[in-house]
Design a binder for this molecule. Structure first.
Ligand code: ADP
Ligand code: MG
Length: 457
C-alpha cells in the first residue's frame, strides 16, 4: 500500500519534470513511507539533499497530498549507499561502493595546500596562475614590480576593485613571491578587520607595545586586505597612521587592498586618504569575455575538469559579474556532473545553471506571468484581460492575478490596470479566492506549483 503511494508519486513526478531531472534526482533515491504520513528519502549526499529541497520539495509534497489527500512530512536523510540500495542504481553506478562525493581530484591545488605555506599564505593564489587580461593587466604588472623590488618603486601600493575580482588573490601572490625572492624578509599579512580586533585587544589587555613591535619593528612587508574596514574606527586609524609612517620612512613595502578609492571611503581619516594615494593606485575591473574564458579554462585545468568550448563559452556568457561567481558556476557544474556521474555537457550546464541565468524575480513582469498562464491554459493574453466571466477564463485570470500579487512588487490597482483596466477590488477578490481555494483544491494547487516552476519562482 505505502509502496504503491510512492510509486504513484514517482510516476506523476516523472510526467512533470524533464527526463534529465527525473533520472538524476528521483529515480535513484530510496523512498520509505511510514503510515504517520512521513516519508523518509535517503539521498546519497548533502549536495543532492540541498538540490532537491530547493527545487522539488514543494512539488513532492504536493504529489503526496494529491495521492492521499493528506499533508506529508518529507525528511531527507543523507546516507552512504549500502549494497541493498545499490540495486536500485543503474549499472554504471554499481561500481562505486561509497557514493560519489564531489571529490576534488588530486590537483595542483591539493598538493600545493599540503606543502607548507609561509606566513599562512595560500599556495593556490599565485602570480603565475593569475589570468591576465585587459581588465587587470596593469595591476598584475605592478604586483610583479612590487614583489621584485619591494619598498622601492611603488609605495604604498594600493589595489582597489569590486568584490570577487582577485584582490585577495593578488595580495597573497605578492606575499608568496616576496618570500620566494627575499626569503629573509618578515612579512605581516592581515585584514583590516583583524587589525582592528588586534588593536582593540591590545588596548584592552595593555599590550600596545607588543602590537607596535609586530607591525612597526619586525615587519619588512605589510599586506593589508580590505583596509576600508578601519574607516570610522578612531583608535585603529590612529594606530595604523603611525604604523604607516614608521614603515614608510624605513622604506618598507606597504600593500593595501580595498573595495574603492581612498577618497571614496566614507569616514576614512583625511591623513590616511592622502597617504594611501602617495604611491601607486591600480584598479581591477570586471574581466571581459575573453578573459573569462581564459580564467575558466585555467580553473578547469587546475581542478582537472574537462570542459568543452561550448560549455566554457556558455558559462562565460552568462556569468559576467565577477570571477568568484565564475568559479562558483564551474564548481557547481562539475560537482553536479561528478555526483550524477554524467559528462559535463552543454545540456547539463544549462540545467545546473538555470537559476543563475534566470535570477528571475526581479525581472519577472506582469506580461511574463500572463503569457505563462495563457500558455498553460491554452488561452490568449487578451482572454485574461477581457471582461468575460466564463469559468474557463475567470479561473486562469484569477490565478494570473494571484501570481502577480504574490511574486511582483505590483500594487492591486496596478495589476488591475494591466488586466484590461479592472478595479483593485476585483483583483483583491481574485487573490483572496485563489488563496483560500489553494488550501483545499489539490488540482488548483498543482497548477499553481507548475506555473511557479515555469516562471522560476
Ligand atoms: P576579491 O578579494 O577581489 O573579492 P578574490 O581575490 O577573493 O577577490 O578572488 C575571488 C576568486 O577569483 C579567487 O578564487 C581567485 O583566485 C579568483 N580570481 C580572480 N581573478 C582571477 C584571475 N585573473 N585569474 C585567476 N583567478 C582569479
Ligand atoms: Mg578579498
Amino acid at each position: 500500500m505505502s509502496n504503491e503511494i510512492v510509486t504513484k508519486v514517482l510516476e506523476s513526478l516523472r510526467t512533470k519534470v524533464s527526463d534529465f531531472n527525473y533520472r538524476n534526482w528521483f529515480q535513484n533515491l530510496q523512498w520509505e513511507y511510514s503510515e504517520s504520513n512521513q516519508v523518509t528519502v535517503k539521498v546519497p549526499s548533502r549536495f543532492i539533499k540541498d538540490w532537491i529541497t530547493d527545487h522539488y520539495l514543494e512539488l513532492i509534497k504536493f504529489e503526496f497530498f494529491r495521492q492521499t489527500e493528506q499533508e506529508h512530512t518529507i525528511i531527507f536523510k543523507v546516507e552512504r549507499v549500502v549494497n541493498r540500495t545499490m540495486e536500485l542504481f543503474p549499472e554504471e553506478l554499481k561500481t562505486t561502493q561509497v557514493v560519489p562525493q564531489a571529490k576534488p581530484p588530486v590537483s595542483v591545488n591539493v598538493m600545493a595546500q599540503k606543502m607548507s605555506a609561509p606566513f599562512g599564505f595560500n599556495l593556490k593564489y599565485r602570480l603565475d596562475n593569475f589570468v591576465v587580461g585587459t581588465s587587470n593587466q596593469l595591476v598584475h604588472a605592478a604586483c610583479q614590480a612590487v614583489a621584485r623590488q619591494p619598498g622601492i618603486s611603488y609605495n604604498p601600493f594600493y589595489i582597489y576593485g569590486g568584490v570577487g575580482l582577485g584582490k585577495t588573490h593578488l595580495l597573497n601572490a605578492i606575499g608568496l613571491e616576496v618570500h620566494k625572492l627575499h626569503p629573509t624578509w618578515r612579512i605581516v599579512s592581515i585584514t583590516g578587520e583583524r587589525f582592528t580586533n588586534e588593536v582593540i585587544g591590545a588596548i584592552r589587555f595593555g599590550k600596545t607595545d607588543e602590537l607596535r613591535r609586530k607591525y612597526r619593528d619586525t615587519c619588512d612587508l605589510l599586506l593589508i586586505d580590505d583596509i576600508q574596514f578601519i574607516a570610522g574606527k578612531d583608535r585603529t586609524q590612529e594606530e595604523f597612521f603611525h604604523t604607516f609612517n614608521t614603515l614608510y620612512e624605513a622604506r618598507k613595502q606597504i600593500v593595501l587592498a580595498s573595495d574603492s578609492l581612498p577618497r571614496n571611503i566614507a569616514k576614512l581619516e583625511e591623513r590616511l586618504k592622502s597617504r594611501f594615494s602617495w604611491g601607486l593606485m591600480a584598479d581591477i575591473q570586471s574581466p571581459d569575455y575573453e578573459t573569462r574564458m581564459a580564467i575558466l579554462k585555467r580553473k578547469a585545468e587546475e581542478e582537472r575538469v574537462s570542459l568543452s568550448d561550448s560549455v566554457c563559452s556558455f558559462i562565460a556568457e552568462h556569468v559576467t559579474t565577477n570571477v568568484r561567481e565564475l568559479e562558483g558556476a564551474l564548481v557547481r557544474v562539475s560537482a553536479f556532473a561528478s555526483l550524477a556521474k554524467l559528462p559535463v555537457t552543454l545540456d547539463l550546464a544549462q540545467e545546473v545553471l538555470k537559476d543563475i541565468m534566470h535570477p528571475s524575480r526581479s525581472n519577472l513582469s506582469v506580461e511574463m506571468v500572463q503569457q505563462a498562464v495563457a500558455d498553460f491554459y491554452n488561452l490568449k493574453i487578451s482572454d485574461l484581460k477581457s471582461h468575460r466571466r466564463h469559468q474557463s477564463l475567470a479561473l486562469p485570470r484569477h490565478i494570473a492575478m494571484y501570481l502577480c500579487k504574490k511574486h511582483l512588487e505590483a500594487s492591486l490597482p496596478e495589476i488591475g490596470e494591466r488586466f484590461g483596466g479592472k478595479d483593485h477590488t476585483t483583483v483583491l477578490h481574485a487573490v483572496q479566492k485563489i488563496q483560500s481555494h489553494l488550501e483545499t483544491n489539490t488540482s488548483l494547487k498543482g497548477d499553481v506549483i507548475l506555473l511557479q516552476k515555469s516562471l522560476g519562482v
